[in-house]
Design a protein around this ligand. Sequence first.
Ligand code: NI
Length: 134
Amino acid sequence: MSQVHVTRRYRFCAAHRLHTDQLSAEENWAAFGKCNNPNGHGHNYVVLVTVKSGSGQNVCNLDRLDQMVHEKVVERFDHLDLNCDPAFAELTTTGENLAKVIWDILKPVLPSDCLQKIGVIETRDNYFEYGSAA
Ligand code: NI
């Protein structure tokens, strides 16, 4: 059965450093290049949240969605170092992992099966997606 979706756009600025303690300094540099710079760097992240829309079951109220995303995601990460967030204690702060972390934060606080996809735009040329299989 076809279903209408709506995507809302949110923004936050955050610092990060691509680094894993499971690799040596040389291996980290080889894997992540200048993104492994010890002083870190920042991004103007754009987060695209896609939910079920229209009428029917498990539809998400957009005011409620905005409130949840601001409260649980934007306020949590804006102007902070992602590497210091507990969600990344065991995870590298890649765009892939950020999309998955945001999914895991929002999934339990939205109506069941409402959340369809998380998109993260990290740079002009890097876009990451995580979501339920089509
Ligand atoms: Ni980066």
